[in-house]
Design a binder for this molecule. Structure first.
Ligand code: SF4
Ligand code: SF4
Length: 97
């Protein structure tokens, strides 16, 4: 299952459900989303980056274990700081297959 939601962190905002281009999540108000179509995932990372509480991780296939480095996103600052945070969050999302 590519996307994994930490039920202890998720606050059921529905952002991952709204943002996923492949509609892999199921969502009902005030419930943690379900991963209904895991095989449809593109591994785009949108759900990881846009989750406000970093509750989503991706289990990447082995051949995709090249992840963006925060070092490639410049010095912390205004826009760069946000890019750095997003890259770091995505990197932390990677788990072993
Ligand atoms: S975006 Fe994060 S907090 Fe919101 S429903 Fe998805 S996993 Fe939960
Ligand atoms: S990585 Fe992209 S395609 Fe896969 S579940 Fe997240 S938003 Fe959807």
């Amino acid at each position: 299952m590519p996307a994994i939601i930490d039920q202890n962190l998720c606050h059921c905002c529905g952002t991952c459900y709204d943002i996923c281009p492949q509609d892999i999540f199921g969502f009902r108000a005030d419930e943690v989303p379900t991963v209904d179509y895991p095989d449809e995932c593109w591994y785009c990372g949108a759900c990881v980056i846009d989750c406000p509480v970093e509750a989503v991780r991706l289990r990447l296939p082995l051949q995709m274990h090249i992840v963006p480095s925060p070092a490639n996103h410049g010095e912390p600052g205004t826009d760069q700081a946000d890019a750095l945070r997003q890259a770091a969050a995505f990197s932390r999302s990677v788990t072993e297959p």
